[in-house]
Design a protein around this ligand. Structure first.
Ligand code: CA
Length: 229
């Protein structure tokens, strides 16, 4: 997904930007409120990470202007050192969608952005991930293709969940292996054979499967319901 980071702390902004880009997202930076608002209004983003204490225009004013004047509904994650209940309520009243207090874990920022993005795409229904004819319920671990239940091993389910949570993004082999197998490095062909099983299991009645191999890099869950990440 394409993320706008509005943050005047150079170190925090740089860390966030590097982390998100390493994870396959695109990140743009604005270091003051006026520039941040201008970028948020003039370009398309899938999510905004917003600091509150900013030069030029503070984050709450920016949030209100973006919602009420520019009528933009881009998801906004507030990232701030302000941790009182009143601060949080003021941010939500100004139009923020989520709120994270500094210091924060980079992975949590990404998880929250993914969740906001998924809701916006309308692909989370009762907490199920739904794309075209493929449905996946991460709680019950039930998968269906064209309404037909599909049985998958635990590892295949984990692979599918990882791919479906950020569709259309290429997940590298190393990333998928460490997500599913952790420290126990799988044999060299293990991931490929699991992906083969997954691709076949998700093939619909027209012979199409959403699992794509990106040669030399990895795999992606491809579907036109989702915009490119
Ligand atoms: Ca600041």
């Amino acid at each position: 997904m394409r993320v706008l980071i509005i943050e005047d702390d150079f170190d925090i902004a740089g860390n966030l930007c590097d982390f998100l880009e390493n994870r396959g997202h695109a990140a743009d930076l604005a270091s003051d409120g006026v520039n941040g608002l201008h970028m948020a209004v003039s370009r398309e983003f899938d999510a905004v990470v917003l600091d509150l204490g900013l030069p030029g225009m503070d984050g709450l004013s920016l949030c209100r202007k973006l919602r009420r004047e520019a009528r933009r509904d881009v998801p906004i994650l507030v990232l701030t050192a302000r941790d009182t209940l009143d601060d949080k309520l003021a941010a939500f009243a100004s139009g923020a969608d989520d709120y994270l207090v500094k210091p924060f874990a980079l992975r949590e920022v990404e998880a929250r952005l993914n969740a906001l993005f998924a809701r916006r795409c309308g692909r989370v229904i009762d907490n199920r991930l739904v794309f075209g004819c493929v449905e996946f319920d991460p709680v019950s671990m039930l998968v269906a293709v064209e309404g037909r239940p599909v049985r998958l091993s635990r590892k295949c389910l984990r692979l599918l969940e990882t791919l479906m949570r950020v569709p259309n993004r290429v997940h590298s082999r190393g990333e998928l292996e460490s997500t599913v197998w952790g420290d126990e490095q799988p044999m060299s062909d293990t991931l490929r054979s699991h992906m083969h099983i997954l691709r076949r299991a998700l093939t619909d009645s027209r012979g199409h499967s959403p699992i794509e191999t990106v040669h030399g890099i990895g795999y992606r869950f491809s579907h036109s319901d989702a915009r490119p990440a």
